[in-house]
Design a protein around this ligand. Sequence first.
Ligand code: HEM
Ligand code: CA
Ligand code: CA
Length: 304
Amino acid sequence: QGGLKAGFYSSSCQNAESIVRSTVETHNNKDPTVAAGLLRLHFHDCFVQGCDGSILIAGASAERNALANSGLRGFEVIDDAKKQLEGSCPGIVSCADILALAARDAVGLSGGPSWDVPTGRRDGRISSSSEVPNNLPSPLDPIAVQRQKFAAKGLDDRDLVTLVGAHTIGQADCLFFRYRLYNFTATGNADPSLNQAFLAQLQSLCPRNGDGSRRVALDKDSQFKFDVSFFKNVRDGNGVLESDQRLWGDPSTRRIVENYAGNVRGLLGLRFDFEFPKAMIKMSSIEAKTGAQGEIRKICSNFN
Ligand code: HEM
Ligand SMILES: [Ca+2]
Ligand SMILES: [Ca+2]
């Protein structure tokens, strides 16, 4: 975890964590899709330049405007929290930490586990859209590429499967998976790994020539609840993204999915509620800048 430590702000900004928490709660009460947006925002931050708030920077050539980041949501929540924090303790709490705390709170508010977030991240001074494609996994990536992109950040197969379990909440645009429904690898057929009943459901939600920005739940059974039903869906051919379904096609990742889905009880003995916080702490420590590195931004969307 580098130089991060839980409770970093306990004397410098006592209410930092409760301010973030109440801000996330207020926004999520108004719009319950906010939680998923915040969790994804933190992931996209950490995989490019480390967890340093680089995703929050505005500007045509900034990360935020890379294609893979086009659907990100929740920026206004971070800005709101930052505004309040600057009011109580100016220049103390980094935007990168706000994002890490907000992601933790988003999971908790969705009925998932909670954990102590190591803090003390500093905000980065670089944000470039050209860095995004090589670092961030794409839903079309085969397992080997997903594995390699996670390994490049110090994350193993267990971390990969566990963290992708974040897809137990939230939604995806039709355009990210519609090719699986109608013309998979140009065969004119659907992806054979898709459950037939689910295929019909997805086809009605995402018509062949319909609006590609229609949103569909990543976990058909409980899109607002942080539970293991996503893994049961992957097991049953009900994964929405190709990358999700491929976790079932590889023997190593499949064993972990099976374990969380509950049909090989005791084999690996992993519990999602216990493993997710561990994997999140690893992810949210990627290349963290601490001490005199970087800066504490005044406004999260701008360098100082
Ligand atoms: C192989 C790795 C991954 C791939 C290819 C991937 C891809 C995607 C895609 C394509 C979407 C739909 C975006 C949209 O249409 O708005 C999505 C949504 C989401 N992803 Fe991932 N993801 C991956 C890993 C992760 C990880 C590690 C996390 C967090 C720990 C995460 C959290 C989320 C969440 C919460 C959503 C829903 C967002 C919303 O509802 O706005 N994903 N992901
Ligand atoms: Ca970053
Ligand atoms: Ca769920």
